[in-house]
Design a protein around this ligand. Structure first.
Ligand SMILES: [Zn+2]
Length: 131
């Protein structure tokens, strides 16, 4: 069995460390996998990606993709936030906090979506891969 064309741990070909689906090394997890562990990316940069052939992603050349994060940099889903830090901008902050990924965005979460733009396009970890 030959290695998948998506096997690129150095990121030489795809610009970031890339593995075929289900082949991510230990220590890496998708957002969904982090959530299953009670964790969230916590603002860390994307550490890599999974790519796979996908009928769903036909528009992007038939390639599905999901971002990978480092488990050791992930944070608990419910961070401890001292009440005092809530401060006067709590309401504003709440409007900018995505209920799905728990990240505070620099824009208000669109009411029509109910989630942040990143989540909207993530579609359960998946986004259109444009290469
Ligand atoms: Zn979100």
């Amino acid at each position: 069995m030959s290695r998948s064309k998506f096997w690129d741990p150095t990121g030489e070909q795809f610009g970031m460390p890339t593995w075929p689906r289900k082949m991510a090394p230990d220590g890496y997890a998708t957002r969904r996998q982090l959530r299953a562990m009670g964790l969230r990316p916590g603002g860390q940069p994307v550490a890599g990606q999974l790519l796979w052939r996908s009928r769903k992603a036909r528009r992007s050349g038939g390639t599905g993709a999901a971002w990978l994060y480092l488990v050791e940099l992930a944070l608990p889903v419910r961070p401890m936030t001292p009440g005092k830090q809530a401060g006067l901008d709590a309401a504003m902050r709440k409007r900018r906090t995505c209920p799905q990924c728990d990240q505070v965005r620099d824009y208000c979460i669109p009411k029509s979506l109910g989630i942040c733009v990143e989540c909207q396009f993530a579609d359960e970890d998946e986004y259109a891969f444009a290469a």
